[in-house]
Structure formats: C-alpha cells, structure tokens
Design a protein around this ligand. Structure first.
Ligand SMILES: Cc1cc2nc3c(=O)[nH]c(=O)nc-3n(C[C@H](O)[C@H](O)[C@H](O)COP(=O)(O)OP(=O)(O)OC[C@H]3O[C@@H](n4cnc5c(N)ncnc54)[C@H](O)[C@@H]3O)c2cc1C
Length: 346
C-alpha cells in the first residue's frame, strides 16, 4: 500500500512548487519537511521576469515589488539594463513561502513535519524512512532538499566538490526606502553585493564571496554601498548558505527525481536559482505523469545548460585576477551586457 503517489522531500519553494504542479494535474502529493510554518533562507530574493509566468501557473501572487533590470557597478561606474520583457520581482522569501504554503494547502497537498533519513528508490517505487519513525512508500519521489541534498547523497547521485574556490552567500535586510527599481550588483574587492528592493522601506543586501569574508568587513570596504546604507537599521540578522557549487552525476535514480538546488547548483551570481528550480518542478511532474524518468533527465540537461555554462564562466572570471574588468567591460560593451541580462531574464 502506498502512502502517496508523489512524495516530495523538502518543502522549500521548489518542493512546494512541485507539489502544487502535481495537484494541478490530479497527482496526490505528500511533502516531508522538518521545519514547520513559513521558512526563511539566505537569498538575494530577486526573481527574474520569467518566473512571473510561473507564479500565474502556480496560482500565487506573493507580495512583491517590481524590479526593472540589473545595474552592475564598481567604485567608479555603473552599467544598467532594463528588462525588455517586463519586470522581475523583489520578493521576501517569507512572503514567497507563505504564498506557496497557502496555495499548496488550498489544493490539498499533504504535509508531514519530519526529516527524510533513508531513501531507497527502485523501478517499482520509493521507500523513505523519516525522523518521526515512519516508513513511507510512494509511487514516485522528488528530492527538493536543497544544497547538500541528503536525497542525492543517499542515492549516490551527489559528486564531491573540491574545497578550493568555494563560494558562500550571506544576507541581511535594512530598513530604508529603496533608491532604485533595479537590482544593484556592487562588484567590490571581496565579492559581489546584491541589493534588492523588497517592500516599502525594506531592502535586502546579499554578499556572494569566498569562505572567510565577513559581511561587515566587506561592506566597510564598499564605500558606494556603505554611503547608501548610512543610517539604515538592520531589519534582520545575518544568515548564510553554501558552499554554492553542488554537482550531481544524474538527476534520477529509479523513481526519484532531483529538483531545485538538490539537482545541482553553480552559484547565485546570475540570480536564477528560483527561476530554474520552478522550471524543473514543472518538468518533473510532467515526466512523472508520463511515467518516464529518462525524459526528466533529458529535459533537465536542456533547461539548465545555459544557466550552468554562463554562470560557470562568470564565476570563473569573478574568482580570477580579471574580476576588476567585469564592470568596465560591461560598460564598454553595453549591447553585450544587455544580451547577457536578457538571457537570465527568461
Ligand atoms: C546568498 C544567496 C543569494 C541568492 N540569491 C538568489 C536570487 O536573487 N534569486 C534566485 O532566484 N535565487 C537566489 N539564490 C538561490 C536560491 O535561494 C535557491 O536556488 C533556492 O532557495 C532553491 O530552492 P529549493 O527549494 O531547491 O531549496 P531550499 O530553499 O534550500 O529548500 C530545501 C528544503 O529542504 C529541506 N530539507 C533539507 N533536508 C531535508 C530532509 N532530509 N528531509 C526533508 N526536508 C529536508 C530544508 O529544510 C528546506 O526547507 C540565492 C542563494 C543564496 C544562498
């Protein structure tokens, strides 16, 4: 006897989106997630324009502010591009999660407050042992359990990454009126600060940098951003995540599919984690509906190729002595910069 047609491990945004997609096509879904209620996470909280259509399909409308484009800047110059296809959004993670939780509930997604501890996945179904002592059986499972996915590791799908060059993210919110409708990316000596307007009087600041760089030290060495934030009070504690880079050797094992960060991640530098994760949620459910795991593997590769290649290249430059040339080059070749921004805006 099966406990669910689809068992989703991880109730972050991509796990909930998967469960919602499943319910929208009549598949019964159970989400296993140890954290109850609305979940916060270190994130730049910029949602690219393409994800707007996904919000419509999922039937959610989180409280958000429109983002018109991306502004790369260093200590001397700034280069801006406004999205051609309409705005993206600055969305507080808690608002996004609340909207997804409510929609999931409305559609009858079942939830269980537990951690998946053991996963076995074969051609006939999936068995998951949870931290509350239950053994759950499902026809299909989706691992949406984030960076360092326990599901990917349990199924021997995770590939260990070298320690060298690891990058991490940290974020803090500030009470201050946004001074721009763009996401500002400040390329400073220590890393990249992402500044995202999130609500009336609330701005998110995320730092992407290598291990050991302290947020406040990096901010102290970022005079243009420090001036902007002068007098603003922090509205949240510092929260971190990483290392970013996670590789998987395949995205399926038996009847389990990996989605979101669990399926592999490069870096937050192109702010595409949510857009890509939501796309994977839709593809995974279509493959499950067609009873065809191999189809998901093919579509995962095709859908993420550009993100993987482009982000990898940018991270390589950002981690090299050439990083100081990124903003000057973007300013010198605005057409090239515009094309790059339009690609991630999809
Ligand atoms: C600093 C920073 C800035 C970023 N900026 C952006 C940005 O601007 N735009 C963007 O689109 N993306 C950004 N990202 C990336 C984005 O945050 C992720 O891509 C996104 O959160 C992925 O969602 P997810 O649901 O796959 O994973 P998560 O949000 O990590 O959710 C995974 C869930 O799985 C649960 N879980 C873990 N283990 C288990 C288990 N054993 N059993 C059950 N549940 C489990 C966790 O509790 C968690 O709730 C950023 C990331 C960082 C760190």
């Amino acid at each position: 006897m099966s406990d669910a047609e689809l068992l989703v491990v991880g109730g972050g945004p991509v796990g909930l989106a998967t469960a919602i997609e499943a319910r929208l096509v009549g598949i019964d879904a159970l989400v296993v997630e140890p954290r109850e209620g609305v979940i916060d996470k270190a994130c730049g909280e910029g949602v690219m324009p393409g994800a707007g259509a996904v919000f419509g399909r999922l039937g959610i409308a989180p409280r958000a502010v429109p983002i018109s484009g991306i502004d790369y800047r260093d200590d001397r110059r700034s280069v801006q591009h406004r999205f051609a296809r309409g705005p993206g959004f600055g969305v507080r993670r808690t608002e996004l999660h609340r909207a997804l939780l409510e929609r999931a509930e409305q559609l009858g997604v079942r939830r269980r407050a537990a951690r998946a501890e053991e996963v076995r996945s074969g051609e006939d179904g999936v068995v998951v042992r949870t931290s509350d002592g239950r053994t759950l059986r499902a026809d299909w499972a989706v691992g949406a359990d984030g960076l360092h996915s326990p599901v990917a590791r349990a199924l021997d799908l995770a590939v260990p990454e070298p320690a060298r060059g690891r990058r991490y993210g940290q974020r803090r919110h500030y009470r201050i009126q946004a001074w721009t409708d763009l996401v500002e990316v400040h390329w400073v000596a220590d890393g990249e600060f992402y500044v995202t307007p999130l609500a009336d009087g609330l701005v998110g600041v995320a730092l992407l940098a290598r291990r050991g760089i302290r947020f406040d030290d990096a901010l102290a060495r970022a005079p243009r951003l420090r001036e902007r934030l002068d007098g603003a009070t922090p509205a949240s504690g510092l929260r971190g995540a990483g290392p970013f880079r996670q590789r998987t050797r395949a995205r399926t094992r038996g009847r389990t599919l990996l989605v979101g960060d669990a399926s592999g991640y490069v870096d937050a530098l192109t702010a595409e984690g949510l857009r890509i994760g939501f796309a994977q949620a839709g593809l995974a459910v279509q493959a499950i509906r067609a009873q065809d795991a191999a189809r998901y593997e093919r579509e995962w590769l095709a859908t993420t190729r550009e993100f993987r290649v482009m982000t990898e290249r940018l991270v390589r430059v950002a981690s090299s002595p050439l990083r100081g040339l990124v903003v000057p080059t973007a300013a010198r070749f605005p057409g090239l910069y515009a094309r790059a921004v339009e690609r991630i805006a999809r």
